[in-house]
Design a protein around this ligand. Structure first.
Ligand code: KIV
Ligand code: ZN
Length: 526
């Protein structure tokens, strides 16, 4: 029997740290339920101390899934306490605490003399701090993971010392992050092998790999770690994450499955749920999957060249190392229409990973009928898009209630909008370089805001003239990015919805910051 590799999914934590990929609580819950269906072993649900919204999301997820829920915490008691409070109700829970170990991080983050004056003094402080905080985490929760941040660039002897101390303090999983995506597969594999030689109590913990993709080597490095003794891989759906992202879950899982002859390992991932999960994450985060992305890209199973098509017809294995069905890509497209009915819609949505309450199903059905009036054939991608746009509740500060555009070859594009929130309705008009520019200017004037437009992307969800158009907008404010998404058969309306949705994310963030400031004031006053 082959050995099992644990899959630790961090889409909702490291993945959500991708610029502009912020998810709301409801989106996180849907993704967590889908990750459970995918059969991930551990779901890292967030970083509770970092914001009230993060805390709330981790808490909600903990109450609703049956898989191990991990929460991240720095090596500080207040972080660890907050992580524990957020996962307290989970059936299976893990505290994941981390501390910096590389000289780069020590000189950057521990420059204050209270940590010591020399590198050696600072290293001692970090060692003790790691021991103490793991011990504290262990007093709250049996399952404790310790990560040595920037382990990829950490001196091996010091790394071994810190890890030995963390295991002694009670850590049951030891994670070796290549935080900056710097290492080469051979080098990273050797680091893992060396730790098995140098850390006396290493057999009391599971060694985990956590690789970033700055040089495009996250998957290769993760596999090198597994070859050298690690038994847990930390990864994200579609490889999303900080900067160039993390190791992609679908790639590591399929590499181990397709090349079982080479590795002789297995995971418990239900690979047939990979495609649905990828689509859900892409749609909620607004991060479009590149067409040539391995496993889940639109072209991953497309054979264009005549010689390839001919070979495929004769024998599929000529050019295909895994079948599309094995990752959940449907061979035949299932089409729904106006007459499909509520039951048909409910059954198809369930197959796509959406389990809805009666009220949600009614909302989904109403949107489905509206769309079916405009578009005769409704494909899976249309349904996924509808789910992302209409059904998952968003924190709606503003809603676009009226929109009128005048645009033509010899006229100045002009837009008029009305936007409401719970207090009032705001209307204004503006001109612009084109219809979309005029629309965004009108929204800015109506709301008296001036966000910086970072990116605007439009795509058709399925083919055909009456296809749904999906727009992603990213705006920047105070050094933070916010993404919005809008869908309609009318691209201008979709653009307006996407822009307002990004503004809503920004407003949500402002409200959260305000709450945090107010709480601080209350604590000070007490
Ligand atoms: O990349 C990293 O070092 C991390 C840690 C917090 C585990 O994400
Ligand atoms: Zn990371």
């Amino acid at each position: 029997m082959s050995e099992k590799i644990l899959i630790f999914d961090t889409t909702l934590r490291d993945g959500e740290q991708s610029p502009g990929a912020a998810l709301n609580v409801f989106e996180k819950l849907e993704i967590a339920k889908q990750l459970e269906k995918l059969n991930a072993d551990i779901i890292e649900a967030g970083f509770p101390i970092s914001s009230p919204a993060q805390f709330e999301a981790v808490k909600r997820i903990s109450g609703e899934v049956n898989v191990t829920v991990a929460a991240l915490a720095r090596a500080k008691e207040v972080d660890i306490k907050s992580a524990y409070d957020a996962i307290r109700n989970a059936n299976k829970k893990r505290i994941h605490t981390f501390n910096s170990t590389s000289d780069y991080h020590i000189s950057g983050k521990f420059s204050d003399p209270r940590y010591g004056n020399t590198l050696s003094e600072k290293r001692n402080t970090i060692l003790k701090m790691s021991y103490d905080t793991v011990q504290y985490a262990k007093s709250l929760c049996d399952d404790v993971e310790f990560s040595a941040e920037d382990a990829g660039r950490t001196d091996i002897n010091y790394l071994a010392e810190v890890i030995e101390a963390a295991i002694e303090a009670g850590a049951t999983t030891i994670n070796i992050p290549d935080t900056t995506g710097y290492t080469m597969p051979k080098e990273y594999g050797k680091k893992i092998a060396d730790l098995f030689k140098k850390v006396k109590n290493i057999n009391k913990a599971i060694v985990s790999v956590h690789c970033h993709n700055d040089l495009g080597l996250a998957v290769a490095n993760s596999l090198a770690g597994i070859e050298n003794g690690a038994r847990q891989i930390e990864c994200t759906i579609n490889g999303i994450g900080e900067r160039a992202g993390n190791a992609s879950l679908e790639e590591v899982v399929m590499a181990l499955k397709v090349r079982k002859d080479f590795y002789d390992f297995h995971t418990d991932i239900n690979t047939k749920e990979i495609y649905n999960t990828s689509k859900m994450v892409s749609s909620f985060t607004g991060m479009i999957v590149q067409p040539n992305k391995a496993i889940v890209g639109e072209n991953a199973f497309a054979h264009e060249a005549g010689i390839h098509q001919d070979g495929m017809l004769k024998n599929r294995e000529t050019y295909e190392i895994m079948s599309p069905e094995s990752v959940g890509v449907q061979k035949t497209k299932i089409v729904l229409g106006r007459h499909s009915g509520r039951h048909g819609l409910k059954a198809r949505l369930k197959e796509l990973g959406y389990i809805l309450s009666e009220a949600e199903l009614q909302k989904a059905y109403d949107s489905f009928i509206k769309l079916a009036d405009k578009k005769k054939e409704i494909f899976d991608d249309d349904l996924r898009t509808l789910m992302g746009d209409e059904i998952v509740p968003r924190n709606e500060f503003y809603e676009l209630v009226y929109l009128n555009i005048n645009s033509g070859t010899n006229s100045i594009p002009t837009a008029t909008v009305s936007i409401k929130n719970c207090n009032a309705e705001y209307s204004d008009s503006a001109t612009g370089d084109g219809a979309v520019d005029a629309l965004f200017n009108a929204i800015n004037r109506a709301l008296n805001l001036q966000p910086n437009l970072e990116s605007y992307q439009v795509r058709s969800v399925t083919s055909g003239r009456e296809a749904l158009g999906e727009v992603f907008v990213r705006i920047r404010h105070d050094n933070l990015s916010f993404t919005g998404r809008g869908v309609s058969t009318d691209i201008i309306e979709a653009s307006g919805k996407a822009y307002i949705s990004a503004i809503n994310q920004q407003e949500l963030h402002k409200a959260e910051q305000k709450n945090v400031e107010e709480e601080k004031e209350i604590i000070k006053a007490v």
